[in-house]
Design a binder for this molecule. Structure first.
Ligand SMILES: Cc1ncc(COP(=O)(O)O)c(C=O)c1O
Length: 252
């Protein structure tokens, strides 16, 4: 069947490996799938109170469409969480999505025009490049020093062109585990402001931290056009529930 040009550009190597793995599995070999960051498939479960709340909601007849921006009560709690990390926003700046994946799709489709460039921290979670391509943009990778967790500022500066519209950050990062410190985040916000770029920051692993200290982009965002992506798949062990959100940093 004919496939649109924009979809042909979308590739995801990890999914290709899964197809190959399934064929091997069909031949009777045991395959351990480590391709997906899904703690729930490996013995972890959502908190009991959250599971009970879902059961109660279904039994109490709350099976209708919710408001398109998400339940007010949920958005208020999300705003509290993001404000504790450094933002200063209200429920009105939160949009609840079907996971960070849908949030990313919405944000990229809203800001990328044909031929626009989006800077991504190398290496990055592959859907970032897929969504940029899907919406007609060009993903441009910038270097990150994996030994000391710092973005290569000179490399970023050299890659900003008149077509650049956004810098994406993933902190803590999948797949590298890199967590950007406050100084690095501030430098990134400053560069973005100098060039009128959005900062899109994925903080879905914000509470899965080992040696490093997590600092939210909100702490250094001031009145910059920062868009935070986050959700409940990883930290709250609710990958199958498909709940995420976009938090827009408020303009003064
Ligand atoms: C960095 C990052 N962002 C987003 C996602 C997907 O999140 P969600 O389940 O909320 O769509 C993942 C999942 O692996 C991820 O690693």
């Amino acid at each position: 069947m004919k496939v649109s040009k924009k979809v042909v550009g979308v590739e995801y190597a990890i999914r290709d490996i899964v197809l190959a793995a399934r064929k091997v599995e069909q031949k009777g070999m045991q395959v351990d799938y480590l391709n997906i960051g899904d703690p729930v498939q490996f013995g972890f479960q959502p908190p009991d109170n959250v599971k009970q709340a879902l059961i109660d909601a279904v039994n109490n007849g709350n099976n209708f469409y919710s408001s398109s921006e998400g339940l007010l009560e949920l958005r208020q709690e999300i705003a509290k969480k993001e404000n504790a990390k450094g933002l200063s926003i209200t429920a009105d700046e939160i949009l609840v999505t079907n996971g960070v994946s849908e949030g990313l799709d919405m944000v990229i489709s809203s800001i990328v025009e044909e031929g626009d460039e989006v800077l991504l921290p190398g290496p990055y979670y592959p859907p970032y490049a897929s969504y940029v391509r899907l919406h007609g943009g060009i993903p441009v990778e910038f270097a990150v020093d994996l030994n000391n967790s710092t973005p290569d500022i000179d490399d970023i500066k050299s890659k900003i062109t008149s077509k650049t519209v956004a810098i994406c950050l993933i902190s803590p990062n999948n797949p590298t585990g890199v967590v950007f410190n406050e100084k690095a985040l501030k430098e990134l916000v400053d560069i973005a402001n100098q060039h009128n770029l959005y900062i899109i920051c994925d903080e879905i692993y914000d509470q899965i931290i080992f040696d490093e200290k997590f600092v939210g982009i909100g702490k250094v965002a001031r009145d910059s056009p920062v868009i935070v992506l986050n959700g409940f798949s990883k930290v709250h062990l609710m990958s199958g529930w498909r709940i995420g959100y976009i938090a827009f940093n408020q303009s003064p």
